[in-house]
Design a binder for this molecule. Sequence first.
Ligand SMILES: Cc1cc2nc3c(=O)[nH]c(=O)nc-3n(C[C@H](O)[C@H](O)[C@H](O)COP(=O)(O)O)c2cc1C
Length: 358
Amino acid sequence: MVTTRICEQLGCANPVFGFSMELEVAIAVSRSGGVGIWGCTRRTPEEIESGVSHMKAELGDLPWGVDLVIPAGMPESDDRAAIEATLPAEHVAFVDAMRERHGVPDDGLPGMRSRFVRSEETARDQLAVVMDHQMPVLALGVGSPTWAVEQAHERGSLIVSLVGRPAHAESAIRAGADILVAQGTDSGGHTGPIGTFTLVPLVVEVAGGRPVLAAGGVATGRHIAASLALGADGVWIGTAFLASREAAPEPVLLEKLLAAGVTDTVISRSVSGKTFRMLRSAWSDEWAADGAPEPLKMPHQDILIGDLLGQVLRHQVAPLVHEGAGQGVAHLVAQESVATIMDRLVAEAERVLGSLGG
Ligand SMILES: Cc1cc2nc3c(=O)[nH]c(=O)nc-3n(C[C@H](O)[C@H](O)[C@H](O)COP(=O)(O)O)c2cc1C
């Protein structure tokens, strides 16, 4: 068995944390001996309430958690009209032209990014719901506001903060983080410029003895063994579960995920306004082309593109379909269950550690 002190701390059989925006993936990770983390930053308070209740009912005493993104500098209220009023005409025209070029039907409905504005108000409302439940783990990606950390601690949750630089680790510790995820540039989703191999030991150095999880490019048991060698107490994985049966991606996305090689991801601000690693597609190419406007800042970019992106996904406009994905996407070659992926990761890590005499 691969066990570290984090297993004792959380009551998990192996030190593998699995992040997913799909509830069933997170549940399956916890059932497979790891810690499933449900990313619910784009969910309404009602959806969070029902998802968390479902997770608790399914998992009983097994450890689990939720992840929210609470960046600094967001507007106070969920006021879409106020953001729309600030969108530059050049940007709106660019998005309209993209819709036209790719024949994306306008069904008048918003997408996940535009159905509410990421704001202080939504963060408070989302957090109020998760605080009503006794969560083993509250993970905070992008920002660790002290008020959120204090509330979670009062309710007995461990705070896991995702950091991309040693300085972020120091500020997360000042805010009260219990566990740090050192997330390197290889990772899918919002990411910084420092590689996982460089970042993990630097975060371990500033962690002051707190557990550190390695993230970004962890896709095989070898990566788990290497993460432990770098001083991490476990790993935090997202991309390896993207094509799983439980994630159930639509056929167009599944095909893109399974076909993607190591150079098929790009970092772009075109989705959220912050640097985000994702599958390269006509979407990222359009935004990187000569003459394309610079993406707006979060949350303005969400509102600028959110309806179009929702419609791209609803109507499966294949060239524009993409997803956040890390460089480890190169390891995805078949659709498998989460349990199969977890078993392979852990068995390979055991074998490698054993062969190294660990
Ligand atoms: C599609 C996708 C969406 C993500 N969204 C979030 C998020 O909402 N909150 C967060 O803390 N991390 C998010 N991440 C980052 C993951 O938590 C994790 O750090 C990352 O996937 C690890 O690297 P890997 O993708 O190489 O496994 C996302 C990752 C992916 C692939």
